[in-house]
Design a protein around this ligand. Structure first.
Ligand code: 5AD
Length: 374
């Protein structure tokens, strides 16, 4: 489609418009889409980029997803679990660097010892990172997979207030192709619903450029985010991992996956206005400035690495993951330079909740006449 055609579809309000945008290859037209998405971002969320320090605290996983490098049956992975004390140390670094929030991510595990370790760690982080700048401590996002509602409730009561659980794709057939038979899209959706009912700000996302995935699927993914009133979105290119079953199947080339990922971010921004969207690390695997590009196509969240260096190489969901060697303070200065270079500002010492979540929670608190979580 040429630039004029694109300009007619920039609201991304219908499925057909979203598909037309996602099919764009002409570089002038891609630039028009980028500008439109950036404008919607600035109008709704401002120029701030918010940081979530990322701590990948365990790579043990009970699931066997066909695309993931730390899947249960990958025997070439050295499995680890970081002690609560070391997580606390990384969390203090997070607060000291002014990141405001952190993401605690691990492979999916259940069982009481694991759950109580997560709950205790979250509680300790909340208690020990209070400061005049952050009176309620760091904002905590958990990303530990499918759990039952009682577990989610315990995580909430411990002090986590955001939860990320990607659906990976909204197409049930594609979902079943990339997962073993014991995993279903329905279960993921039930988890998202339960998280929202408890009070979490809910994040989800998809991989882009999966074998067999179409632009129609991606347009439907955006509709899914809308329909499920999602607050935060984390989407990135699919990166084949040769130690996985899906890694042996062919997928679009890197350039195509990068362009599609950036366009999908732009469509999400155009269609959903006020959600938080992450410029994911996987973008940087495909291009040295992939994350900056993500920000320029409508993203407003970055996740600097805080996983202690000795464990980073063992959390390889996909090959070519960047930032495996940089210390927390090196990541800090690198990101600051990168963000300033694209004329954006940084929201230091703030949780950086999405405007969408703030409005949703205010509305439901008004309806229930209860309290908004601080
Ligand atoms: N390529 C890109 N992203 C991946 N993830 C897992 N494996 C890959 C891969 N090969 C993403 C999934 C998961 C998140 C934690 O990492 O979307 O939800």
């Amino acid at each position: 489609m040429n630039s004029r055609g694109i300009l007619a579809t920039l609201s991304a309000g219908t499925r057909a418009e979203r598909i037309a945008i996602l099919r764009t290859t002409d570089s002038d037209a891609v630039e028009s889409i980028r500008c439109a998405a950036e404008e919607v971002l600035f109008a709704n969320c401002g120029k701030n980029v918010f940081f979530r320090g990322l701590i990948e605290f365990s790579n043990r996983c009970r699931q066997d997803c066909n695309y993931c490098g730390i899947r249960r049956s990958n025997k070439n992975v050295h499995r680890y679990e970081i002690s609560s004390d070391s997580i606390l140390e990384a969390a203090r670094d997070c607060a000291r660097l002014g990141y405001g929030s952190l993401v605690l991510q691990s492979g999916e595990r259940q069982g009481e010892p694991f759950l109580s370790y997560v709950v205790d760690t979250v509680r300790r982080i909340k208690e020990e990172t209070r400061s005049p700048q952050l009176p309620d401590g760091l904002g905590i996002t958990l990303c530990v997979g499918e759990q039952n509602p009682d577990t989610y409730q315990r995580f909430w009561e411990a002090g986590a207030h955001r939860y990320l659980l990607r659906i990976e794709t909204s197409n049930p057939l594609l979902f079943s192709k990339i997962h073993p038979p014991d995993q279903t899209l329905q279960t993921r959706i039930a988890c998202l619903n339960s998280l929202r009912e408890i009070g979490f700000q809910v994040g989800t996302g998809v991989m882009i450029g999966l074998p067999g995935q179409t632009v129609e699927d991606l347009a439907d993914d955006i509709e899914f985010f809308h329909e499920y009133d999602i607050d935060m979105i984390g989407m990135g290119p699919y990166i084949p991992h040769e130690g996985t079953p899906l890694g042996r199947e062919s997928c679009p080339d890197g350039e195509t996956r990068l362009r599609l990922s950036l366009l999908t971010i732009a469509v999400a921004r155009l269609a959903l206005n006020d959600v938080n969207i992450a410029a994911t690390t996987a973008l940087q695997t495909l291009h040295p400035f992939g994350r900056e590009k993500g920000l320029q196509f409508g993203a407003n969240i970055m996740m600097p690495q805080l996983t202690p260096l000795e464990f980073r190489r063992d959390y390889l969901l996909y090959p070519g993951k960047p930032c495996l060697e940089e210390s927390a303070s090196q990541c800090y200065s690198c990101l600051e330079t990168r963000i300033r270079a694209i004329q954006r500002t940084i929201g230091y010492h703030q949780w950086g909740d999405s405007k969408h979540a703030q409005q949703r929670l205010e509305k439901s608190s008004f309806e229930r006449n209860g309290n908004v979580p601080s």
